[in-house]
Design a protein around this ligand. Structure first.
Ligand code: NAP
Length: 276
C-alpha cells in the first residue's frame, strides 16, 4: 500500500474539474486523480495535462453508477488505504432554452447533481483520512433558489438538525411534485438546477455536522463552494472567469493547511464564507 497522499476530483475531464486537477498537480504533495465517466475523454484530458508537464493519474468514475463509485472506492482503499482530498465537482445543467419537459429535467438533474454526489459521499467519506479535505462544488444559484423557496422549505433547508434522510425525502418530493406539476404550489422555485444545488449545499452542512459528532479528533474539513461564473461548456463563453480562476476557491478549500480548523460546514465563494 502506498503512503503517498491522494486527491480525487470527480467530473474532471473538462471545465472547472480539469482546472482543479491542473492546480492540484502543481500544489498538492501527492497523487492527483483525474476522473471521468468516459475513459476516452478522461485519457485525452490526462494527455492534455501531460503536454503541460503535469502528471495526473486516471480512474474511471460515473457518479450516476453505484458500481463505478464502488470500483473507485475499492481501488483507493487498496492502493492508498484512504483518501486525503475529495472534490465533488461533477455536475450537469440543462440549457435555459432546452425544451425537455421540466419534470424530466428535474429528475435527470437531481439524479446526478444531488443523488450521484450523495452516493459518492456515502461510499468515499468513510475513507477520508485524518486532516482530509472534502469540497463539494455547489453554486451561488443554491442561495438564490433557497431565497425563492416557501418560508417552510427555507426553514427546513437552513435547519441545524435536518437529517440526511429528511433531505433525501425533500429532494425526492421535488421530483415527484414536478411530475404532478404542483411544485410551485408546494413552495419550490422553478429551477431544477437550483434545487439540486440546494441539495448539495445542505448535504455538505449535514456531513460537516456528522464529522463533528463522529470524527471530531480527525480534523477533517468539509465545505460547499461556488467556483463563480466560469467559461465552460456548462456556462458558455460569456462567463467572467477562466476555468483556472474558477478552480481557485475549490482548490483553496482542498488545500486548507493542517493547522486550520475553519472553514467547515460552510458555503464559500471567492474564498469567503457566505451566509446560508
Ligand atoms: P462542464 O464543463 O459541463 O463539466 C462538467 C463535468 O462533470 C464534465 O467533466 C462532465 O463529464 C462531468 N459529469 C457530468 N455528469 C457526470 C457523471 N454522471 N459522472 C461523472 N462526471 C460527470 O461544467 P463546469 O462548468 O466545469 O461545472 C463543474 C461544476 O461547477 C458543476 O458542479 C457545476 O454545477 C458547477 N458550477 C459551474 C458554474 C459555471 O459558471 N461554470 C457556476 C457554478 C457552479 P462529461 O464530459 O462526460 O459530460
Amino acid at each position: 500500500m502506498s503512503s503517498v497522499p491522494v486527491a480525487v476530483v470527480t467530473g474532471s475531464n473538462k471545465g472547472v474539474g480539469l482546472a482543479i486537477v491542473r492546480a492540484l498537480c502543481k500544489q498538492f504533495p501527492g497523487d492527483v486523480y483525474l476522473t471521468s465517466r468516459d475513459a476516452g475523454r478522461g485519457q485525452a484530458a490526462v494527455a492534455q495535462l501531460q503536454q503541460e508537464g503535469l502528471r495526473p493519474f486516471f480512474h474511471q468514475l460515473d457518479i450516476d453508477d453505484l458500481q463505478s463509485i464502488r470500483a473507485l472506492r475499492d481501488f483507493l482503499k487498496e492502493k492508498y488505504g484512504g483518501i486525503n482530498v475529495l472534490v465533488n465537482n461533477a455536475g450537469i445543467a440543462f440549457k435555459v432554452n432546452d425544451t425537455t419537459p421540466f419534470a424530466v429535467q428535474a429528475e435527470v438533474t437531481l439524479k446526478t447533481n444531488f443523488f450521484g454526489t450523495r452516493n459518492v459521499c456515502t461510499e468515499l467519506l468513510p475513507l477520508m483520512k485524518p486532516y482530509g479535505r472534502v469540497v463539494n462544488v455547489s453554486s451561488m444559484v443554491s442561495s438564490s433558489a433557497l431565497g425563492r423557496c416557501s418560508q417552510e422549505l427555507q426553514q427546513k433547508f437552513r435547519s441545524d438538525t435536518i437529517t440526511e434522510e429528511e433531505l433525501v425525502q425533500l429532494m425526492t418530493k421535488f421530483v415527484e411534485d414536478t411530475k404532478k406539476n404542483v411544485h410551485e404550489k408546494e413552495g419550490w422555485p422553478n429551477t431544477a438546477y437550483g434545487v439540486s444545488k440546494i441539495g448539495v449545499t445542505v448535504l455538505s452542512r449535514i456531513h460537516a455536522r456528522l464529522l463533528n459528532e463522529q470524527r471530531k479528533g480527525d480534523h477533517i474539513l468539509l465545505n460547499a463552494c461556488c467556483p463563480g461564473w466560469v467559461r465552460t461548456d456548462m456556462a458558455g463563453p460569456k462567463a467572467t472567469k477562466s476555468p483556472d480562476e474558477g478552480a481557485e476557491t475549490p482548490v483553496y478549500l482542498a488545500l486548507l493547511p493542517s493547522s486550520a480548523d475553519a472553514p467547515h460546514g460552510q458555503f464559500v465563494s471567492d474564498k469567503t464564507v457566505k451566509p446560508w
